[in-house]
Ligand binder design. Sequence first.
Ligand code: NAD
Ligand code: DAU
Length: 363
Amino acid sequence: MTSVELQSLSKQRRLLVTGGAGFIGSNFAHYWCQHYPNDRVVVLDALTYAGNRRTLIPLDSHSNFRFVQGDICDRPLIDALLQEEAIDTVVHFAAESHVDRSILGPDAFVRTNVVGTFTLLEAFRQHWMSSDRPEDYRFHHVSTDEVYGSLGPHDPAFSETTPYAPNSPYSASKAGSDHLVRAYYHTYGMPTTITNCSNNYGPYHFPEKLIPLMCINILMGKPLPVYGDGQNVRDWLYVEDHCSAIDAVLRRGKVGETYNVGGNNEVKNIDLVQMLCALMNEMAPSLPVKPAESLITFVKDRPGHDRRYAINSSKLQTELGWTPSVTVQEGLRLTVQWFLSHEDWWRPLLSEEYQAYYNKVYA
Ligand code: NAD
Ligand code: DAU
């Protein structure tokens, strides 16, 4: 039996997906509507600079999909949505997510990531309690490996018991939100789960992040700014594998637990940029500057730049049977192909506002 046939036999789930117009949230909304078409999916998103309504247009024809523009700090709106949509599952992606922006202006990070998460938790607690605390309700919080800080070259990968040591305003605000979620399980018994994931990449990735920025700059013949010595290491995960990990946690995860999600794909930034250049040289029909490697430019380092992230996801793999399905070589090829064929998606995002941000960071 296919997952769609199996699902028609089970209860309809009713999801509130916060931040579902952003990179990972939109991939998750597409994933869920495709795999579980009988479930209700309500996306709540404030459409900040990172939110893109166009990404969700293909879902508008889906009868179980609804988009609501709104802020996770707006308690009356959250209360109304939880009640009128009879939500049983919150999947919480909404956040300010870019480290460089958190260095330029941390305020929005504290507001959305800490106060916004708190607002959602309080609203969901009331909703869950007034429905007689159903056991199948779930508040799932999507977090990051950055809460664990930075690793040395020979340190073991982050596990769920690694102490928190966030280094940027972004990761500190995510750590704060994780602690609140944890407290709501321990204090109120609210059914929560948390995933801490490594760097994602794939379709609908906003241009400010490393992989889309490099793809777009190669296509435009612009310099490829590599911070510092380019030796920082990230553990890359194809976004669809992140979605399937959250699926596994929602279906089989234990409440109150945290699961680390990673691709087991540690790559130095400079090597990753070289891989993207090689793919673009091979796959792009034409490039303004070729070979693309000649655009690589080392620039001033990010303040407080974490040296290395690596995730041990053996808990998720052994307890819930999840495995990533895409290697970094396959995933980068898919991603380059996606950026080559979706200029209509990324070109409008290079707005004046984006250019002003770019000039501040890379001046
Ligand atoms: P993103 O910046 O692409 O998207 C964030 C979305 O949240 C946007 O659509 C934005 O409009 C929305 N949003 C922001 N403030 C809001 C508010 N106050 N109310 C409602 N909506 C609001 O982020 P992303 O990369 O998709 O990350 C999603 C989540 O996953 C975040 O919580 C992030 O911390 C976490 N995460 C990201 C990665 C990664 O590599 N991108 C890795 C691990 C964890
Ligand atoms: O680890 C998970 C985190 O991954 C998420 O929690 C964050 O939301 C997400 O933005 C991402 O954070 P990073 O800071 O690791 O991602 P970013 O794409 O900004 O940078 C990846 C690496 O590349 C990092 O070492 C900084 C470097 N970099 C980045 C940019 C934008 C460059 O060298 N040049 C650049 O222009």
